[in-house]
Write a protein that binds this ligand. Structure first.
Ligand code: 6PG
Length: 254
């Protein structure tokens, strides 16, 4: 299979439960490689509903397997609400993972003040990311793993179509005005996403089938998710059969 080809990138599971199990084991494998090579595993987590089951599964079934003390957790994007708000990505991830596993609080890096001053909160998180996550040749922080979701409009992280952050090539993490929400979001930028050793999209369910097919098979469509090309890192899509129902691929179910 040609490296970087669509078939090489797609990991197709029977259903969302198998996707979660496959991805959890892959994350465990990546963590061992990172710990052997660098003594730590840096990961940027996706928000949204799809990854919640993954986080819960890691906390339960990998409770004894993961080296929790050597994993550094970042939030890839955040809503500009307090961390106890129902829409907060940190709240979802804390409830699903951080509060259910032996995660040292000092290993969790969350935004602060995002509900009061998005610009300042983004700048502070940008600085923390640069301090904590070592850079490689790009000069940008190089995460061992970035987990991403795919929105119905082809957004990922909080990089929405026609939003200002799409053009940002100098910051790591910024506030981003999202017209359709009439609100700011905070998001990791392309330079960091594309500097990662591994970038993995999660997409499950039939509601993702149409957008996933467009993102994978209409390269000139201009969706934000199509500008994720980790170099020299690896891009993978962990999907289930329902999500790839419209995608023409020879990939087999794992
Ligand atoms: C967010 C996410 C966003 C998400 C997609 C998919 O803050 O909402 O980071 O990019 O991954 O919107 O969300 P679902 O997994 O809920 O479909």
């Amino acid at each position: 299979m040609k490296p970087g080809s669509l078939d090489d990138q797609l990991e197709v599971a029977e259903d969302s439960e198998q996707l979660v199990h496959n991805l959890a084991e892959h994350i465990y494998d990546l963590s061992k490689l990172a710990l052997d090579a660098r003594g730590q595993f840096t990961i940027s987590l996706s928000g949204g509903s799809t990854p919640k089951a993954l986080y819960e599964y890691l906390a339960s079934d990998y409770h004894e397997k993961l080296s929790w003390g050597s994993i550094l957790w970042f939030i890839g994007d955040e809503r500009c609400v307090p961390h106890d708000d129902k829409d907060s990505n940190y709240k979802m991830i804390n409830e699903a993972l951080f509060s259910k596993a032996p995660v040292p609080r000092s290993n969790v890096f969350a935004t602060e003040g995002q509900d009061k001053d998005p610009k300042a909160a983004a700048a502070q998180y940008d600085s923390i990311m640069r301090q904590v996550v070592p850079a490689r040749t790009s000069g940008f922080p190089c995460f061992d793993l970035v987990l991403l979701g795919l929105g119905p409009d082809g957004h990922t992280c909080s990089l929405f179509p026609d939003s200002p952050a799409l053009k940002n090539q100098e910051n790591c993490f910024v506030e981003n005005w999202v017209e359709k929400f009439n609100a700011f979001r905070l998001t990791t930028t392309y330079p960091v996403l594309n500097a990662a050793r591994n970038v993995i999209f999660l997409a499950a369910g039939k509601e993702k089938a149409e957008i996933l097919n467009k993102v994978l098979n209409q390269p000139d469509a201009g969706f934000p998710a199509q500008k994720i090309h980790p170099t020299p890192g690896r891009l993978q899509w962990f999907v289930d059969k329902a999500a790839v129902a419209e995608v023409n691929t020879a990939s087999s179910t794992r």
